[in-house]
Design a binder for this molecule. Structure first.
Ligand code: NAD
Ligand code: WQD
Length: 358
């Protein structure tokens, strides 16, 4: 079964492409390299021992999207990773974020409808919860106004999918709210490749350990948490990637159940039997269900890699919240997915990947 992977050269997209291919799907990658490099596509080929179909272009370009669907013919669905994701940059350039993140989803949905591709998996984010009313955060926890235009684009994209389904456009969709992805493929052929100064904690940690950055600044130790530093839910990117395979299986089986019909498993590219299940959109948190503080991340990184990290405590970062971690009961119950890799494994693989870049 052919699945478009937009943003397939990116951090989570590249790992998901590997898991999809290994599960028997046929991933077709799209990326405009606005936040990635062609070397990521080579890395995927090294893991798999073969190259995946790849199209360089912008998902906001309707003609480009049409050409991809025409060339590939029988695309069954898409996993939509393509988005800009730097929270700070989104505050400086809100229009760019709105245009890219909303425009790419709109174009993708239009092309999917036209070419009869019905399965849609959307990359959402825990940032839609803002400063949550309860912990762990459940999918039903009320959403707050996000701290950034980036977060607003994620809320708006979820709304766009909801609205499309309400209007009976032919999508069977899931939005996956990722918590804090970390780590890399254990082969060290693919991983997170921040262009310029990183945005997230773990690349800061690994680049500091590698001597690329002079020191890590811990953003505040006066939070109401046991050690005073902020708590997040760090999920290994390979666990996260596997959840996308489960999400596709869920979309396929739920579509069948809703119709009371049986869609023949169609992993070889032949057309599925005709059926028209009613559209739906489900939301899942993807995290570990555990929270770890910044100090715990530093200590674990040092222990698992036998290193000392240069860090100091600085001021809080504006917009940061004290604690956020997921309830993943729904994903376990309905997708049959649960994170299995530990924080230590994530930090070991992140360091192995960083070392491979030297
Ligand atoms: P990433 O930047 O590594 O990957 C995104 C990819 O999309 C990049 O390769 C970029 O070049 C590409 N891209 C962006 N706009 C495009 C466009 N218009 N057309 C074609 N390609 C385009 O980011 P990631 O960490 O892999 O994130 C993937 C998705 O997950 C994003 O939607 C992001 O918002 C979401 N997400 C990420 C995190 C995180 O911390 N990494 C957390 C929650 C949600
Ligand atoms: C984690 C913790 C920082 C850097 C962001 C987005 C969210 C999602 C994931 C996309 C926080 C602390 C960090 C540093 C530090 N992305 N920190 N020193 O802010 O939880 O979430 O990425 O959807 O939307 O907001 O992740 O990795 O930036 O920070 O002390 O140099 O590490 O304060 O507590 P965050 P992060």
């Amino acid at each position: 079964m052919k699945i478009l992977v937009t943003g397939g050269a990116g951090y989570i997209g590249s790992h998901t492409a590997v898991e999809l291919a290994q599960a028997g799907y046929e991933p077709v990658l799209i990326d405009n390299f606005s936040n990635s490099r062609p070397s990521a596509v080579d890395g995927i080929a090294r893991v798999l021992g073969r190259r995946l179909p790849f199209y360089e272009g912008d998902c906001c370009d309707a003609d480009f999207m049409r050409r991809v669907f025409e060339s590939e013919k029988d695309v069954a669905g898409a996993i939509h990773f393509a988005a800009l994701k730097a929270v700070g940059e989104s505050i400086e350039k809100p229009e760019l974020y709105l245009r890219n993140n909303l425009g790419s989803l709109k174009n993708l949905m239009d092309a999917m409808e036209k070419f009869n591709a019905r399965y849609l998996v959307f990359s959402s984010s825990a940032c839609v919860y803002g400063e949550a009313d309860e912990l762990p955060v459940r999918e039903e926890t009320s959403l707050k106004r996000p701290e950034s235009p980036y977060g607003e684009t994620k809320q708006e994209c979820e709304r766009m999918i909801e609205e499309a389904v309400a209007k009976n456009r032919p999508f069977r969709a899931v939005s996956l709210r990722y918590f804090n992805p970390i780590g890399a493929h254990p082969s060290a052929h693919i991983g997170e490749l921040p262009l310029g100064i990183p945005n997230n904690l773990v690349p800061f940690v690994t680049q500091t350990a590698a001597g690329i950055l002079p020191e890590l600044v811990v953003f505040g130790n006066d939070y109401p948490t046991p050690d005073g530093t902020a708590i997040r839910d760090y999920i290994h990117v390979v666990d996260l990637a596997k959840a996308h395979v489960k999400a596709l299986e869920y979309l396929r089986t739920k579509s069948e159940k809703r119709e009371g019909k049986c869609e023949k498993a169609d992993m070889n590219g032949s057309s599925p039997v005709a059926f028209h299940p009613s559209p739906f959109h489900e939301i899942f948190n993807l995290g570990t269900g555990r929270g770890n503080s910044v100090f715990e991340v530093i200590k674990t990184f040092e222990e698992v890699n036998g290193l000392k990290l240069k860090y100091r405590v600085g001021a809080r970062r504006q917009g940061d919240i004290a604690a956020l971690y997921a309830s993943c009961d729904k994903a376990q119950r309905e997708l049959g997915w649960k994170a299995t890799l530990t924080l230590a494994e994530g930090l070991r693989d992140a360091w192995k990947w960083q070392c491979s870049l030297k």
